[in-house]
Design a protein around this ligand. Structure first.
Ligand code: PMP
Length: 359
């Protein structure tokens, strides 16, 4: 027998674990409420389902690599020319494209921490250096982020609302921050949860970017649009930025079914936003019920709530699991709980009520 040869990998892979998505759990009684991935609780609308089925008939062909119909529909929705739009395999795919477009050894990428789990993973893989700026009171510390920017910085993520805390940065502080950022640093406003914001003092990134060519906005079809399983997200940016980003696109990575479903969803936007309204109402109901039960819950503008639980996090998560309620634990820090259907949310509230401690 020949001697075993261990293939060699990049040493950076030793420094982190593979991305761990929200899990599904089933209680001993067979109950299951998935509140661990910030998904929409609704299946596709009939018109979207039909577009999916139509597109599925032609999957022997490669998708349109330029995603022309989808990009045109996104551009029309936001009132921008098509060359301001780049699409990718989920907004996480677009985040990767952005990072790939700027990264090389010595380049720094700034983001708040804790924030979206994929940022550190993608930055580590890219060979650039992550500069993580701790949250202050569970919110972006934009002053500290501005101070963290130096001549090596090429990209900054501002996640608004922030995942997993649900907190937002408001107009005055965000504008003041953007005014401090050098124009050769790209600022990406990650607005994956934009549609759930009801605080009128939170600016729409699309307005902020109008006079600022170095500001780009990241959006997704995975949350409010309910297409998480199809993987499509997009960037709105200055054409010079969008053009560079598009060069990092993994060919055909937005598949033809996803493209068709995205177009059909934009045609059904009113119905989808009614669903979002229901989720927002449920969010307020869940947060108020938790507050009434003695929990501390930061105000949230997203489709989830955050419970800072510290060392209790894994115990709380296990207590929820036992009732078939999957939440997203961040060990030692807290649990993020998505807003689901009223029934899902009731199951979570029961689990939280039965838990013997408060945070
Ligand atoms: N940005 C943020 C802030 C997120 O929370 C997520 C998903 N959890 C994403 C981007 C990526 O979503 P998707 O790839 O499904 O568009």
């Amino acid at each position: 027998m020949s001697e075993a040869i261990t293939p060699r990998f990049r040493s950076v892979l030793d420094r982190f674990a593979a991305y761990k998505p929200g899990k599904v759990v089933v209680s001993p009684e067979g109950r299951s409420f998935k509140l661990s991935s910030n998904e929409s609780p609704h299946g596709p609308l009939p018109s979207v389902q039909e577009a999916i089925e139509q597109a599925a008939r032609n999957v022997n062909r490669y998708p349109d690599n330029s995603a022309t119909a989808l990009i045109d529909a996104i551009a029309a929705k936001h009132g921008v020319p098509a060359d301001h739009v780049a699409v990718g395999c989920g907004s996480v795919g677009v985040a990767q494209m952005l990072i790939e477009a700027v990264a090389e050894p010595g380049v720094e990428i700034v983001y708040a921490w804790r924030s979206f789990e994929a940022y550190p993973l993608l930055v580590a893989l890219s060979g650039a250096t992550a500069v993580q700026v701790p949250l202050a009171e569970e919110t972006h510390d934009l002053d500290a982020m501005a101070e963290a920017i130096n001549e090596n910085t090429r990209l900054v993520f501002v996640c608004n609302p922030n995942n997993p805390t649900g907190t937002v940065v408001r107009r005055a502080e965000l504008e003041a921050f953007l005014d401090r950022v050098p124009r050769d640093v790209l600022v990406v406003l990650d607005e994956a949860y934009r549609e759930y914001i009801r605080d009128e003092d939170v600016p729409d990134g699309l307005d902020l970017r109008r006079d600022r060519p170095n500001v780009a906005v990241l959006r997704t079809f995975s949350k409010a649009y309910g297409l998480a399983g199809l993987r499509v997200g997009y960037l709105i940016a200055h054409p010079a930025v969008a053009g560079s980003i598009r060069k990092t696109y993994l060919p055909f990575s937005v598949n033809s079914v996803a493209q068709a479903a995205g177009v059909a969803s934009l045609e059904a936007v009113d119905e989808l936003m009614e669903r979002v309204e229901g989720t927002v109402k449920e969010r307020e109901r869940v947060r108020n019920a938790l507050l009434a039960d003695g929990w501390t819950v930061p105000p949230t503008e997203a489709n989830f709530v955050w419970l800072r639980l510290g060392e209790q996090t894994m115990e709380f998560s296990a207590a929820c699991d036992a009732r078939g309620v999957s939440v997203r634990p961040f060990p030692g820090e807290g649990a993020r709980v998505s807003i689901g259907s009223p029934e899902d949310n009731d199951a979570f509230l029961e689990a939280a009520r039965a838990y013997p401690h408060r945070n």
